[in-house]
Design a binder for this molecule. Structure first.
Ligand code: PMP
Ligand code: GLN
Length: 383
């Protein structure tokens, strides 16, 4: 044992639940409906374009803020989708994934002692990232089972130290989506304050039931104080690419880039070159919502044969199911037992809270081939 001591920067944090459950799935040969990633192939056209980019010599560092034609294609896309006028030179940075964009945004804006409002259940990187920046996460619970925002509760938690509010729509882990009324509430809360917004929109296209995606990019009054983060992994079925981007007004992006240049500095070149061309294919992203909605519905119809009860999901890769009435176990214990004894891995929603909660719900990823969903439900009917 070394005598050298290290004081942990994250003393209360273990290994992320996604790795815990995926490792358990491998160990027990379980079907993995836990960690969110598709098991169907991505576009062959896009992989061929990456191959061509490599053959064409796009293998060296690209501009630190990202390949300009890709930034231009993103600017065009967000104008088309959200009517946003974004300057690709000063307001878009390509990043090695959405997580990195979030980390950099928090690192950019937070000073020790600042507070950040985070809704729980919260995607698991937000709070550690806030804490690593020396700030404090102030949590507000989404109202179970619809996981709606209680805006009165948000108002109660705001202090003179509040520096930012984190929003995530469509929401991981619950599939809840923000409504136009939520945007009205948020706008009223931040008006005439120094509060910034971090908007995690990695599931922008994975939205169902005809609902519009209430992007912050649609609202200039909010965008002037926001970092909006995206991930190509979720759009093109390639979560392992770890490529995303951040959009923010120039005065914020300037500071973001100061940090980015000394961390990753830049992002994968050939994939950026390929995406710059592929973004022109609007159908590839416009069809995504219907494609994933069909998977949600297919899985839900199969799950009716089990004793698990669906909670509403209007977006993302995920839907929660309740096991109330089947077991009193904690969500973690039940998820572990389901993996070991029934061969299906899920994610306990309690893992996305800082305090102990037990709503008897597990998150299932339905972004899978029908054969995978069939095989999983064949196991779950035995519950
Ligand atoms: N935010 C949310 C809500 C996510 O689900 C994910 C997916 N992992 C990310 C951010 C990060 O995406 P990336 O893999 O591009 O870092
Ligand atoms: N976003 C994915 C999920 O929620 C996983 C990402 C990760 O493993 N960090 O399952």
């Amino acid at each position: 044992m070394s005598t050298v001591q290290l004081q942990s920067k994250l003393p209360n944090v273990g290994t992320t639940i996604f790795t815990v459950m995926s490792s358990l799935a491998v160990e027990h040969n379980a079907i993995n409906l836990g960690q969110g990633f598709p098991d169907f192939p991505m576009s062959e056209e896009l992989t061929n374009m990456v191959n061509s980019a490599m053959k064409d010599g796009f293998n060296q560092y690209i501009h630190m803020n990202g390949y300009m034609p890709l930034r231009e294609a993103i600017a065009e896309k967000v104008d088309f989708l959200y009517g946003a006028q974004i300057n690709p030179d000063t307001e878009i940075t390509i990043t090695p994934g959405g997580t990195y964009a979030l980390y950099t945004a928090f690192a950019t804006i937070l000073q020790p002692g600042d507070e950040v409002i985070v809704f729980e259940p919260a995607y698991d990187c937000y709070i550690p990232q806030v804490e690593l920046a020396g700030a404090k996460a102030v949590t507000v619970e989404l109202v179970f089972p619809e996981y709606k925002i209680d805006w009165a509760a948000v108002r109660n938690k705001i202090t003179e130290k509040t520096r930012a509010i984190v929003i995530n729509s469509p929401h991981n882990p619950t599939g809840a989506v923000l409504s136009a009324q939520d945007i009205v509430e948020l706008t009223a809360i931040v008006k005439d304050t120094q509060i910034l917004i971090i908007s995690d929109e990695v599931y922008e296209h994975l939205i169902f039931d005809g609902l519009p995606h209430e992007s912050i990019l649609k609202y200039p009054e909010l965008l002037e104080r926001a970092f909006v983060t995206f991930s190509f992994g979720k759009v093109y079925h390639c979560t392992g690419w770890k490529l995303g981007y951040c959009i923010a007004p120039g005065y914020l992006m300037k500071e973001f880039r100061k940090i980015h240049q000394f961390n990753a500095f830049t992002s994968d070149t050939p994939k950026q070159v390929a995406l710059a061309g592929f973004l022109a294919n609007r159908d590839a992203y416009l069809e995504l919502g219907a494609f994933l909605q069909q998977k949600r519905d297919y899985f839900e119809s199969l799950m009716k044969e089990t004793r698990l009860k669906a909670l509403p999901s209007h977006g993302s890769y995920f839907q929660s199911y309740s096991y109330a009435g089947i077991s009193d176990e904690t969500e973690m214990d039940f998820a572990v037992r389901l993996t070991k004894e029934y061969g299906v891995a899920t994610i306990p929603v309690s893992a996305f809270y800082t305090k102990p909660v037990n709503n008897s719900v597990l998150r299932f990823c339905f972004a899978k081939k029908e054969a995978t969903l069939n095989a999983a439900v064949e196991r779950l009917v035995k519950l």
